[in-house]
Ligand binder design. Structure first.
Ligand SMILES: [Zn+2]
Length: 284
């Protein structure tokens, strides 16, 4: 902040009432009890292991559940989500943050990009839901980070860093859809930082990370509102407890499970429609 002389009514101006920018009470809450019931009758139909410091992709048909599980040791994951049939519709981290909060948990939804803006996935369970907010202002599963990437590392430290989440997501997406990596790279987007403990420092409001409280057996589970292609990177930061430019962190795999509900539920399931905003009025 620049040292400008404050006006005489500075304190009064600062005391203005906080207004929630996007009151979300107009949104029908997900029926978590119904989803828990459906989940109880579901069958495990797929399992993907994402190796440490690598990426992996997985398909989740609409109406199914997917669970990201900590195995072997504390590890955070960078998650991208796409509409499996239209890669232009992807997870919108910024609007998800604006609608819900900086960190997401059970009952929150992951929203898709404009002009679609609909729930892609709904969080149905989170074993780290107990964490809440710590005294540093940190929380779990943020939608404020972007993903570690080689360009920012080059910018800040001059180092070359190949197995970062941005590149892992790009390679995994390219392999899953048979496209050139450079084309896939342009579709990779800001992530949901699964299991990561982050916040903004109380004094300078800088983005920080600290060692994740995740332990083997912890998981976060999602309901797939639409047909999804998920891409996950097991971040080279491991539990992200150390300076990302320092010593290599200890890293562990992440497991993704896909669960299929019973046939009657799937037959009746209708995905949410894309935004009903009529673009012909405002955008021609
Ligand atoms: Zn990373």
């Amino acid at each position: 902040m620049s040292p400008v002389t404050p006006p005489p009514d500075a304190e009064e101006r600062r005391r203005r009432k906080v207004v929630i920018t996007y009151p979300n009470g107009t949104l029908p809450p997900p029926d978590l009890a119904m989803l828990a019931d459906v989940r109880r009758g579901a069958t495990l139909v797929g399992e993907t292991i994402v190796a440490p410091r690598e990426g992996g992709a997985f398909d989740v048909p609409r109406g199914h559940f997917f669970r990201i599980v900590s195995v072997e040791g504390p590890q955070v994951g960078d998650l991208n989500l796409f509409n499996a049939a239209n890669l232009q519709e992807r997870f919108f981290s910024g609007k998800t943050r604006a609608i819900h909060a900086t960190h997401v948990s059970t009952g929150d939804r992951l929203w898709s990009t404009l002009p679609y803006l609909r729930p892609m996935a709904t969080i149905t369970e989170d074993t780290l839901g107990w964490y809440g907010w710590d005294e540093d202002g940190g929380g779990i599963h943020d939608v404020i980070g972007t993903r570690c990437d080689p360009y920012t590392t080059k910018l800040l430290s001059g180092a070359t860093f190949h197995h970062n989440c941005h590149s892992n997501l790009s390679r995994a997406l390219a392999a899953a859809r048979g496209m050139p990596v450079r084309e896939a790279e342009l579709l990779v987007h800001d992530v949901m930082n699964v299991f990561m403990c982050t916040g903004f420092t109380l004094d300078t409001h800088q983005y920080f990370m600290k060692a994740s409280p995740v332990r083997p057996g912890d998981y976060i589970e999602f309901f797939a509102d639409i047909d999804l292609l998920g891409v996950l990177s097991a971040c080279p930061g491991g539990d992200c407890g150390a300076d990302q430019y320092g010593e290599p962190a200890r890293c562990y795999p992440l497991k993704v499970e896909v669960w299929r509900p019973d046939a009657a539920f799937l037959a009746a399931y209708q995905p949410p429609p894309v935004s009903s905003y009529d673009r012909t009025h405002g955008l021609g």
